[in-house]
Design a protein around this ligand. Structure first.
Ligand code: FE2
Length: 270
């Protein structure tokens, strides 16, 4: 088995990476291979007024245009979610939390996940998972800079921003692991990382919010090996521990092996 990690897919607009040289092994994967998407998955994004997810034709949706958009989205969703590998999805700030929250919660990897089908599971905020012997801390969401231009519950969802209860829940779960995990999976990053990215002109987000500050606390207090983030739409390794991921499909074992063989040097996944 292998664990792969990639960045935002935006409901198919950014899924080409899953079919090309970035992911050369995808056809040989099995269900015991995992692909982790670091937020802005976006395959269940459109407003679904019927509230029903097990209806492929969305017959409960009166608006015909919306219904055909939902049907098209569903086709893309089934295409991407019926792969040989198992997809583990972290949510970002371009995901419809209302629809995702309607999926059933099950126990998996020693934590809670939402189940879409046997091949697709949504990682939940603040959980620590044991996947193939590795501990993963997952914390979804990010603040949308463009939220003033988006419509609540149709193109923007308040659940994208974490609550203090969710932060506490996460810290409690981390403390059960003696504040040590192998890997951290988030959509956005810590405050100091954001400042650094701004300084090197790798991103232009000048907004620091509660989640960035919470991640700063995590960065300072949690022992971890690697931290993987989406959101910035960049492929860049910032330092020994932090990775921005977008179009690359990283193989976790390969990164570790490479780091064992060659001491870390700053690179951009070339
Ligand atoms: Fe994105």
């Amino acid at each position: 088995m292998a664990i792969y990690i990639t960045g935002d897919t935006h409901g198919g607009n950014d899924e080409q990476k899953l079919y090309d040289e970035n992911f050369p092994n995808y056809e040989n994967c099995t269900k015991d291979d995992y692909l982790i998407v670091l937020g802005d998955w976006g395959y269940m994004f459109r407003y679904n007024p019927s509230g029903v997810e097990n209806d492929d034709e969305f017959l409960g949706v009166d608006d015909e245009d919306l219904r055909s958009e939902l049907v098209l989205e569903r086709k893309r969703l089934y295409n991407i979610t019926n792969k040989n590998y198992t997809t583990l999805v972290l949510l970002g700030n371009h995901d419809n939390y209302d629809r995702i929250d309607s999926l059933p919660v099950i126990n998996m990897f020693g934590g809670k996940v939402r189940k879409f089908n046997d091949k697709v599971f949504i990682l939940m905020r603040g959980e620590v998972y044991d996947i193939e012997g590795y501990k993963f801390f997952a914390f979804s969401g990010a603040y949308s800079l463009d939220k003033a231009y988006r419509t609540p519950k149709k193109t923007w969802w308040e659940q994208e921003e974490c609550t203090s209860e969710e932060e506490e829940y996460a810290l409690k779960n981390l403390s059960k692991q003696n504040n040590k995990v192998d890997f951290i999976l988030t959509h956005t990053c810590s405050e100091s990382t954001l400042k650094y990215l701004l300084q090197i002109k790798c991103c232009f987000i000048e907004h620091y919010d509660n989640q960035n500050r919470f991640f700063e606390k995590i960065k300072q207090n949690i022992n971890y090996k690697y931290w993987f983030m989406g959101h910035m739409h960049q492929d860049y390794r910032l330092n020994e521990k932090e990775f921005l991921v977008y179009n690359k499909v990283l193989n976790l074992d390969q990164i570790q092996k490479q780091d064992e063989e060659i001491p870390y040097e700053r690179f951009t996944f070339k």
